[in-house]
Every structure is written in structure tokens, then in C-alpha cells.
Design a protein around this ligand. Structure first.
Ligand code: IPD
Ligand code: CA
Ligand code: CA
Length: 264
């Protein structure tokens, strides 16, 4: 078991503190489900409150670092080489519907490279973390991607574009290409957790288009540090929120090939 660094401990503390607030609010959402007005406004307030807590803790411990925040956008710091990339609540639709599957995602970028990542699932008390070149962990267990090599055995996660997003027809084309070859496809609703579950060997592959850097910055590092591959549709080993194709080293190239066939 590797001891987490001071930096990761700060990021994990921030996530745990924000999670306590999200947990309380999740309990409230379960009550609001049955009310006439519904919980939408309440959830967007919960989202912002979690983000404020994260910024407060991180600013105190790492003064001067910048931020890229889902709710508040880019915040310049006095230290131009560091910024935290944060999604305070990944899986908002789940949260809004009282479905207990969501996460907090925090990445640290240094000189344009993601060097640390934390994704916390408060419902399962699962803390995923990684630092570049130092491996990935779930709580205190070292993570490794699955060793499944055959698409026929693979469970693949994805995200389905929702109302207001582009790419509905293309998603169906890709799904149509992939489903005959794989054991199953899952859409659980938190991209950050999709990547972490891939790192933990629960999923064998993952693809999604048109997401945002805060959805995937931490999770992509966690996958790579668990021995997996994260790339785009040209085969480039990059984190491009326009198209993420990830998997263990055997499955990722096969998934990439099917996606490219679907669009040929
Ligand atoms: C969403 C989740 C979902 C993905 C969407 C994201 P949000 O983030 O990560 O899994 O499919 O594209 O927008 O809105 O819940 O923070
Ligand atoms: Ca998100
Ligand atoms: Ca979010």
C-alpha cells in the first residue's frame, strides 16, 4: 500500500468535506422527489455549495493555484503553472432523481499536464486517487485494469447524449456497431466514475463524445495509472473531451476500431 502524498491528501480532504454536504442534500432530494415543485433548483444550489467548499479548502492549502470549475468557469491564480479542474457533482441527473450514483472529481494540472486526480463516490465511500507515475488506488488498494482481452467478454461503459447535446444519430450508429461484439454496454451517468470503474477492472472499456475536461481529467489519469489506455478516435494518446476512447490495453484498440468502422 502506498502512502498518499500531501497533495493527494489535501485533494481527498476537500472531496470528503464537500461530500458531507452532498450527502445531506441527497437525503433532502429524496424527500423533494414527491413535492410538486421538484428538486431541480435545490440540486443546482447543492452543486454550487459543494463547489464553494472545494474551492475554500483547496485555496487555503494551495494559495495562488488557479481553477477550472464547472459551475464558475476559469479562475486565474497568481501561480500560472497550476490549476485545479473540478466537477463538484458528476452525475447531476442521477442526483436529481435520487439515484445514488454520482461523484466529486478533482484534478490538478501542472504546466498543462494532469499530475494528480481524485474521484470520490460518497454513496459507496469509494475514494479513487492517482498521481502521475505513482499508480492508482481505490481507498488503500492498488488498482489495475482488467485483463480481459476479448470483446466478447468485455463490459463497456458509455454516455448517451441528452437533450440539447449534439450527436444523437452518431451515438446510435456507434452503439449499433459495438453491441453485437461485446458482453454488455452500461450507461450509469457519471463519466468520472465510468473511468474509475474501468481503472478498477469493473468495466473493460469506455467511450463518450462531447463531454468536458472536468468530467474526465481526474478519471483519465486514474485509468492510465492503473495500466489502461485513454485516447481519441485517431489513436492518439490524449485526453480530448470531444471524444474519449479508453480501455485496458487489449480492449481499447478494438473499441477504437469499431468506433471508426461505425463512422466510415
Ligand atoms: C455528466 C455525466 C454523464 C455524462 C454527461 C456529463 P454532469 O456530467 O458525467 O455521465 O454522460 O455528458 O455531462 O452534468 O452530471 O456533471
Ligand atoms: Ca460532469
Ligand atoms: Ca457536474
Amino acid at each position: 500500500m502506498a502512502q498518499a502524498s500531501a497533495l493527494l491528501n489535501i485533494m481527498m480532504d476537500a472531496a470528503r468535506k464537500a461530500a458531507r454536504k452532498l450527502n445531506r442534500d441527497f437525503g433532502e432530494v429524496e424527500n423533494l422527489q414527491v413535492s410538486k415543485k421538484g428538486p431541480a433548483d435545490f440540486v443546482s444550489a447543492a452543486d454550487k455549495a459543494a463547489e464553494r467548499i472545494l474551492v475554500e479548502v483547496l485555496e487555503e492549502k494551495r494559495p495562488g493555484y488557479g481553477f477550472l470549475l464547472e459551475e464558475s468557469g476559469a479562475v486565474k491564480g497568481t501561480d500560472p503553472s497550476h490549476r485545479f479542474i473540478i466537477d463538484p457533482l458528476d452525475g447531476t441527473t442521477n442526483f436529481l432523481h435520487a439515484i445514488p450514483h454520482f461523484s466529486i472529481s478533482i484534478a490538478l494540472e501542472r504546466e498543462g499536464e494532469i499530475v494528480a486526480g481524485v474521484v470520490y463516490d460518497p454513496m459507496r465511500d469509494e475514494m479513487f486517487r492517482a498521481e502521475r507515475f505513482k499508480g492508482a488506488f481505490l481507498n488503500d488498494r492498488r488498482l489495475e485494469v482488467s485483463s480481459r482481452a476479448l470483446m466478447a467478454d468485455a463490459v463497456i461503459a458509455t454516455g448517451i447524449p441528452h437533450m440539447g447535446r449534439p450527436g444523437h444519430a452518431r451515438f446510435l450508429k456507434e452503439l449499433h456497431r459495438i453491441t453485437p461484439h461485446v458482453a454488455s454496454v452500461r450507461r450509469f451517468g457519471s463519466a468520472a466514475l465510468d473511468l474509475c470503474w474501468l481503472a478498477a477492472g469493473r468495466y473493460d472499456g469506455y467511450w463518450e463524445r462531447n463531454i468536458q475536461l472536468w468530467d474526465v481529467a481526474a478519471g483519465a489519469l486514474i485509468v492510465r495509472e492503473a495500466g489502461g489506455l485513454v485516447g481519441d478516435d485517431t489513436g492518439e494518446n490524449t485526453i480530448d473531451p470531444a471524444i474519449i476512447i479508453a480501455g485496458n490495453a487489449q480492449i481499447q484498440p478494438q473499441l477504437l476500431a469499431l468506433i471508426n468502422k461505425a463512422n466510415a
